[in-house]
Each structure stands twice: as structure tokens, then as C-alpha cells.
Write a protein that binds this ligand. Sequence first.
Ligand code: ADP
Ligand code: MG
Length: 322
Amino acid sequence: MISEFELISKYFRKLTNRAVLGVGDDAALLRCSHDAGIAITTDTLVEGVHFFSDCDPFFLGRKVLAVNFSDLAAMGARPHSVLLSLSLRECEESWLASFSDGLYRMLEEFQVELVGGDTTRADQLVISVTALGDVDIGSALRRDRAQVGDDVWVSGELGLATLALASRDNSVAYPHELLDDCNKRLNNPEPRVALGRRLIGVANCAIDISDGLMADAGHISTQSKVGIAVILDQIPTHRILSQLGLPQKDLVSLISGGDDYELLFTCSRSRENDIGTLSRELKIPITKIGAVVEGRGVILKDRFGKIVEVDRPGYEHFSRRT
Ligand code: ADP
Ligand code: MG
């Protein structure tokens, strides 16, 4: 069996260009540019909580980066470096090889460097990444900048990752042609880094909706001290999903379920054309789903203006699940 240090060298040590010193010393050394700020975030995936034990390690390597890049995207930041903290039950080389492959391919796609981390043994598989990105501090996209009168927009199509989860325990019957799309959203989400960067100077406020649209809109409401009104029928879902004619309650559960690595943002009404251009250029659907209003809290309405009840607005680790 290989040792901890052999493991690190074999699977997690590659030369870096941007970092002056990467994996191998007590700490990495990065050069700071004087005019840019640093956005820094961390997110963890725990076996049994965030992923199933049979999850393909290649996609876990991607997803642990995607969830972090999504947070940087929501700030309008450009990811450049990550640290990886791994708690492993055992040193299974086939698992490590595949995990490392998925991780490095995603790093290359986004031109990000792995500059350090930590490796320990534990009873449960825990994978944690800390990601750093460049952003101009004054123009970073924050949660506390929504303005009354802004439109509320969301990228992508919501609900498919939650549907993939529901399909595992057969709690929802759904059309077979959605299986690949659902599993892709759950296992291989695409962080909206390019969109986040392009929203700088366009959006007033942004958040990623990994915990669920309604819950995350609630954070904007609280932090910006505004109300958010969302129209259920305008929330984008997959074409096939919207054709299913699901009961309203099920549709609300799907769009609030979380694991959608999309951006929710607000911007002034005068920016509508800019959003259309962004959507075309980036080839990402971006949909207007509501407005920022006076007051507090998030309300969901149907197309007739009737309030729709939301039982569980999003995922929370310490809430009791019924
Ligand atoms: P220290 O004992 O100083 O904490 P470690 O022995 O934990 O250092 O790690 C040795 C080097 O390997 C460090 O540069 C650390 O950042 C890096 N490293 C450890 N684990 C990982 C990992 N999972 N991914 C990337 N780099 C790692
Ligand atoms: Mg260490």
C-alpha cells in the first residue's frame, strides 16, 4: 500500500504556473496582483450527506470543484487556485486515480491550479475544497445589493438534480428520456463562472441557488432588506418536465430542492437587453422570474397572482426532515 506522501505526489502534485510554490511545502505561495481582490470560499462533500457511496469518483472530483466555482461565480470572481482536503477511509488506488483524473480535467477546463491541501484517514469519506478567485472588490456581486424595482433572473433550468435524487428511491415516477439529463445535473453540474463574470457591472446582486431557489432568494431578501416576488409559472424547468403537468406541490418541491448550480441575480429593468445578449452569447437560458419589491421575505405566486405555499424552501443540514 502506498504511503500518504506517495499518494499526494502520485495523484495531487503537478507543476503550477501561476502559483510560485504549489503542493509540496508547508504552504503554497501565490503572487497577489495589487489591483485585484481575492474571493475565497470553501465547500465540503460528505459521503452519505452530499453523495451516495456508489458515486463515480471521476464525477466527485469534478463536483467538489463545481460547487466551489459556483460560489465564486456568484461573486463574479474568476477562480485561479484551490486547496483540497481529503479524508479517506482507505487508500484505494483505482478510486484515487479516477478522482484525480476528474479533478484535474475540471481544473484544466477552468485554468485553475491545485496548490495544496491535506490528506487524512477517517471513518467517512469527506472531500473539501477551498477555492480562490480574482475579483475587483468594489464590483463583486454581493447578496446585499438588491434594489426595489429590480427584475429577478435565474440561469439554466431548475429541478432536474432533485428529480434525479427522487428517482433513486422511486418517490417520483418521471419520464425515462430525462434520466441522462437529471443525472448529469446531479453528478456533473456546470458552474456558471463565465456568466458570473459577465454580470459584473450589469447585475446589482447575485447568489448561487445550490440550497434551493426559494431558500437562496430568502438570503437576498434578508441581506438586502427587500421583498422578492417570484412567479411560479415563469421558473424555467426542462421542457419535458413542464409538459408533464405535475401537481403544483411537486413542481414547487422540485424547484426548491437544491443542487441546482445556477445563478439567481437581480438587475435594473433597463438591463433587460443586456441579459438577452448575455444569454445568446453564452448559450445559457436566462429567465426573468420575478421582481424585487418593498418589504421582506420571498413570496411565490401563480400566474393568476394567487400565493403558492412552499412547505420546505430549501435544503438545510440541521433541520429535521419529515
Ligand atoms: P504539513 O505536514 O506541513 O501539514 P502535509 O504533509 O499535510 O503538510 O502536506 C504536504 C504537502 O502536500 C503540502 O504542500 C500540502 O499542501 C500538500 N497536500 C496534502 N494533501 C493534499 C491533497 N489532498 N491535495 C493537494 N495537496 C495536498
Ligand atoms: Mg497537513
